[in-house]
Design a protein around this ligand. Structure first.
Ligand code: NAD
Length: 308
């Protein structure tokens, strides 16, 4: 493979200003160009993009500027021999900090005070409502970049961390690692359950009514993975029934979350618009990843984060 230009698809604008990204990629010998919907591709082309377009499979290499590539037809890339890479590895700090923020907000009741502030109300919590993260248990499902970003920060705050991973192998700062078939045991004693796995055939709908029944009634669900890993109707039912205490949700079955969704209404549900990884330095992080792979191609080395 020999890369002659890097085409930056306009769709990257969903996560960062395309101009800043182009600037961060430029000046390294390979021309960088912004392209629109009607651009066609051929040998020598690399494409950096948010979403998939069929024309991309004619390029030599496509880089997805997100970690999750569940919307890409991976088999089409494989059939065409087009390399597909993703952006896992860069979201541990951003998402880790956001998840700790959700947990601190819910434990220290900051959301309730902010809601009361809108009405200029000096609203005191019930005596038993506030708690500390210190000493509470969190269960992290998926112990990759996101999961470990959460694990290390939760452990630093004195939380007891358990986790779920397919291999069941131990992970630093995680006191017990369960395999996915033992999900209900893993969540049973946790005050927070954090979802950080990819959306796959195996994880779609993995968290549903039986999981909420297995969880504590004072537990919170945190989803920074992908909406469809949770059965949203079952989640609403569990919140309505008081099977769990609340949730912090960054991702949804349908995005933007429709205005008629009941999830907007719960006092104990934090809704964020798929921004847990947002940072004003995203263009730098992703450009570094793309540049690393441009160098690897030139050196004939295998690509980092290759998924097809
Ligand atoms: P990663 O590949 O580093 O880690 C994912 C981990 O989940 C891997 O260790 C994998 O083995 C594990 N896993 C797969 N199936 C599992 C299962 N059934 N049970 C338990 N673990 C399982 O990816 P990452 O960078 O940590 O991102 C994870 C996912 O989070 C992405 O695929 C993406 O969908 C989502 N994500 C969301 C945001 C956001 O803005 N909310 C940002 C980045 C990533």
């Amino acid at each position: 493979m020999h890369i002659e230009r890097i085409a930056v698809d306009e769709s990257v604008g969903r996560t960062m200003p395309p101009g800043l990204f182009v600037e961060a990629l430029s000046g390294r010998g390979v021309p960088v160009e912004r392209v629109g919907d009607d651009e066609e591709f051929g040998p020598g082309d690399a494409v950096a993009t948010f979403g998939h377009r069929d024309a991309f499979v004619d390029a030599d290499w496509v880089h997805c500027v997100r970690a999750g590539y569940d919307e890409y037809p991976v088999s089409d890339y494989e059939a065409a021999g087009t390399a597909l890479t993703n952006s896992t590895g860069v979201h541990g700090t951003t998402v880790g900090e956001t998840v700790v923020g959700y947990m601190l907000t819910l434990a220290r009741r900051l959301h309730a005070y902010r809601d009361a502030q809108r009405d200029r109300e000096w609203d005191l919590p019930r005596y038993t409502e506030p708690f500390t993260l210190d000493g509470e248990r969190v269960c992290v499902v998926g112990l990759g970049t996101l999961g470990r970003g959460v694990v290390d920060r939760a452990a630093a705050l004195g939380m007891e961390v358990v986790g779920v991973r397919r291999s069941g192998d131990p992970v630093e700062n995680v006191s017990a690692v369960f395999t996915p078939d033992r999900l209900h045991e893993a969540v049973a004693d946790a005050r927070f359950v954090v979802l950080a796995m990819p959306l796959t055939a195996e994880t779609e709908g993995m968290v549903a009514a039986p999981t909420f029944e297995a969880m504590r009634e004072d537990a919170y669900l945190v989803n920074v993975a992908r909406g469809p890993v949770v059965d949203e109707a079952d989640l609403v039912a569990a919140l309505d029934a008081g099977d769990i205490a609340g949730a912090a949700l960054d991702v949804f079955e349908a995005e933007p979350l429709p205005s008629e969704s009941p999830l907007w209404e719960f006092d104990e549900v934090l809704v964020t618009p798929h921004v847990s990884a947002a940072t004003g330095k995203y263009h730098e992080d992703i450009a570094a990843l793309v540049r690393e792979n441009v160098e690897k191609i030139a050196a004939g080395d295998p690509l980092t984060n290759r998924v097809a």
